[in-house]
Design a protein around this ligand. Structure first.
Ligand SMILES: [Zn+2]
Length: 197
């Protein structure tokens, strides 16, 4: 943390550890996220990304490394979260400076590289996804059934009413709703990892 800017370095945290960090209730909101595990798909879960809400991400990865890092999954998560991403494999050394308010990046090369460009396969899947959304806009609402959920308005998580966390929740943070899962997620709530609503 430096002034109003903050840096989150997850090192080689895997999703389980990311989950523990989120569940601990720590404020992980950060300006810059150094993507964990060289951008492998086992790190940087959607939930973690949502909690951290970084403006920038840095992926430190060797050029042409044999693990295929960073993976298309990680890139597409960053793309969906609209995170400006820098990659050492495409841009060489990346120097990040903060004056306490703004963060500036300097790259060795390819400053304007399209770091989140999907592979050919990735682009194909996004167009077929659009087709699925189009088809689902009819009356078929199998994914839209309303159910009773318990929201934690403080932690922004939602639970099944039977979840053990519901009992531990403070009464003032508890909100019982009957809505579809999608609606609740759209309102910014994250499904509980214990009861997996
Ligand atoms: Zn729960």
């Amino acid at each position: 943390m430096y002034g109003k800017t903050s840096f989150l370095l997850t090192g080689d945290a895997e999703q389980d550890e990311e989950r523990e960090i989120i569940d601990s209730g720590a404020d992980i909101t950060s300006t810059v996220l150094k993507v964990g595990h060289h951008g492998s798909s086992s790190s940087t879960s959607i939930y973690f990304l949502r909690e951290a809400a970084p403006e920038y991400a840095v992926i430190s990865v060797g050029e042409g490394n044999s693990y295929g890092h960073p993976t298309e999954q990680t890139l597409s998560r960053l793309r969906d979260a609209d995170v400006k991403t820098y990659r050492t494999d495409m841009q060489g050394d990346i120097i990040c400076t903060s004056d306490g308010k703004n963060v500036k990046f300097k790259t060795e090369k390819n400053a304007d590289a399209d770091t989140l460009a999907g592979s050919g396969a990735g682009q194909k899947s996004s167009s077929s996804q659009a087709a699925i959304i189009g088809a689902g806009s009819g009356t078929d609402s199998t994914n839209n059934t309303e159910e009773t959920y318990v929201l934690n308005t403080s932690a922004h998580k939602f639970h099944r009413p039977s979840c053990s966390s519901v009992n531990d929740m403070k009464e003032k943070n508890k909100k019982i709703v009957t809505e579809s899962r999608e609606e609740i997620i759209e309102e910014g709530y994250v499904p509980c990892k214990r009861c997996k609503p």
